[in-house]
Design a protein around this ligand. Sequence first.
Ligand SMILES: C[S@+](CC[C@H](N)C(=O)[O-])C[C@H]1O[C@@H](n2cnc3c(N)ncnc32)[C@H](O)[C@@H]1O
Length: 345
Amino acid sequence: MAISGFEGFEKRLELHFVGNDPLGLRRLRCDALAQVLDAVQCTVVSAVGNRCFDAYVLSESSLFVYPYKMVLKTCGTTQLLRSVPCLLRHTVDLGLRLRACRFSRGSFIFPQAQPFPHTSFAEEVLYLDERLPGSLCFRRARVLPSSTSHAWHVYSAAASVEEAAAAGSPSTFTVEVCMTELDQSLARGFFREKGDERSGDAAGADMTDLTGIRGINPRALVCGFAFEPCGYSMNGLDRDRYSTVHVTPEDGHSYASFECTGRWAGGGEVMESLRRAIAVFRPGAVSVSFCMGTGGGGGCEEGQVRSSTAGVLEGLGLSCRSQAVEEFPGMGMVTYQTFTSARRK
Ligand SMILES: C[S@+](CC[C@H](N)C(=O)[O-])C[C@H]1O[C@@H](n2cnc3c(N)ncnc32)[C@H](O)[C@@H]1O
């Protein structure tokens, strides 16, 4: 951990593959996954799977493995992008071909504590540019700004605009929420009692219930883990959709994140999850980023996504301070909105 404090803001990598084996990436052996995570400098603390995907809680955030999609999200001073060369070696052995990659992150609280290749966004982009196969020729790196010092950094690379659009239906989305300045009394719910000798899973299950996290999606199978002396991570599995929450409750640099995937279908369900997740923490500042497939025809329209999001957060006493939108060839549209508590001015 950095001397300054624990860096809650995660780095997130999403990789899409093509192949002929229906199990695809789920065939990756435990020792191969351990090598990939070793390169990043984190470990698995718990794992669960369903018919559609495997979900791992890590010492620093989460990993989701579908047959043709992998999402690796890590916080602290982990070296997320170092997973790429190792992973690509293993996936070639499984007969899988990388067809798209997206890397995203917010602005670090302690940027000086980040090691290579995360010392700057330019370094991260260069690292990926040099290691991704040349066949991923549609590339874009953008920093979506806000009215504060926070910004959303996104890099994407795709082999073909058509191939990627076909694989991600226009109505599928991923939403990433970053919350800081958590309500102190609510953040206390993510500290363990002194002398609590239960396992991280057992203490995590209680935190899931007592803090209201279980209610974010009552249908999900939740795998929660409580760190010592504080901190919490959970993965939720609901059919082919995952959700994940990570909490750094320490006062002064408190942070929580919520992420989920789904289909837009009018947006009611995702907006309700968003409302419940933010209500668990009552943060002073929030950013919400949606990544949506492109192609039109029954999908989610970015203007509608932004106005629904603003409506939900305003209902929680948060005011929209900035909005940005950017298209990434082959990966879709990304929106980025920031909010602060109305009481905070
Ligand atoms: C891994 S969790 C949640 C990560 C998530 N990205 C976040 O920061 O919101 C991080 C919290 O757990 C605490 N923690 C305790 N032991 C830890 C460990 N071995 N590895 C990572 N975090 C640990 C940290 O101090 C922090 O409060």
